[in-house]
Unconditional design. Structure first.
Length: 304
């Protein structure tokens, strides 16, 4: 890699890693689905010119958009109210083993023994964190709930990815535009149904902080992060770019411990190590298989 490519790859990992701290702080003062809805409305508005209706393909994109652009964020952002930024960053990595299992069930992709071991190790690691109690961001008894919700968000994203694989007519930025629009509409409805006190929270919030958080989520994590990621995929081998999601998680844990004071005791260390090792095995085997087919690997573990 050139210095420019290395710098952009590291910047993407830092932006996505720090995003967990931004979300954790934001959902501490705002209803999580309301915050996610505002973020997606902004992204949808910016990408609206890329919305292209392709007959015969839209049902996959719209259903996938509900999973990736709405349910994923609703579950993950809500989970971050209870789990720490670092615990959530590790739990969201279950997207990779979930995607592999779904590909086996619905796409006929046989995982093989190494990936089966990796999947088992990843799930066991998250279970260690969820049951530990020391990784909680709020009351200890809700740690498992928070990690579980984040893991459910990862599953929703994986389901959406499998559904979207059925269409090949859309470019990455067109898919992001549709996911943002579907997410904006769905999350707006969800916050009205499931949450309350949105206006009161907005009125009593630090407007400058809130604006900065939303802009960071929309412009930094979504627009710049995804654009840079696909730019790297066009220039570098998949085997070089895809494993960067593990560095994103390491950055998130570092920022969580340093800036948020996240507990990082034995359970967190052991569970995180198990999860990252398991995800690493699965991811590298997936990349090797994908590379043979010259397929693009969607960004994983961005958390946004």
């Amino acid at each position: 890699m050139s210095i420019r490519e290395i710098s952009i790859l590291l910047l993407v990992c830092l932006i996505w890693g720090f995003h967990f701290v931004v979300i954790k702080t934001a959902v501490g003062v705002m209803p999580p689905m309301f915050y996610a809805a505002i973020r997606m409305v902004l992204v949808a508005a910016i990408l609206s010119r890329f919305l292209k209706w392709r007959k015969g393909e839209m049902r996959f994109v719209l259903i996938g958009g509900v999973c990736i652009g709405a349910l994923n964020y609703a579950l993950m952002f809500t989970g971050l109210k209870f789990a720490t930024a670092s615990a959530a960053a590790i739990a969201i990595e279950l997207n990779v083993p979930f995607s592999t299992l779904l590909a086996f069930l619905f796409l006929g992709d046989r995982p093989g023994l190494p990936r089966i071991i990796g999947i088992s190790l990843a799930f066991a690691g998250v279970a260690v964190i969820a049951l530990g109690g020391e990784s909680g961001g709020g009351s200890g008894e809700h740690v498992g709930l928070g990690v579980g919700l984040v893991a459910a968000g990862a599953f929703s994203e994986a389901v959406g990815a499998v559904i979207v694989k059925r269409t090949t007519a859309f470019k990455p930025h067109e898919l992001l535009a549709w996911f943002s629009l579907v997410g904006a509409v769905t999350l707006s409805a969800m916050t009205l149904i499931f949450e309350e006190g949105q206006l009161d929270a907005f009125q009593h919030s630090d407007k400058l902080f809130l604006a900065g958080a939303i802009l960071y989520s929309a412009l930094g994590a979504s627009l710049f992060g995804h654009t840079a990621y696909y730019w790297l995929l066009q220039r570098l081998p998949i085997s070089v770019v895809a494993p960067s999601v593990l560095l994103t998680t390491i950055c998130a844990v570092f920022f969580g411990v340093l800036l948020m004071g996240d507990p990082f005791g034995p359970r967190m260390m052991v569970g995180g190590f198990m999860t990252l090792c398991g995800v690493g095995v699965v991811l590298l085997r997936n990349v090797k298989k994908q590379a043979k087919n010259d397929a693009l690997v969607a960004p994983q573990g961005e958390g946004a």
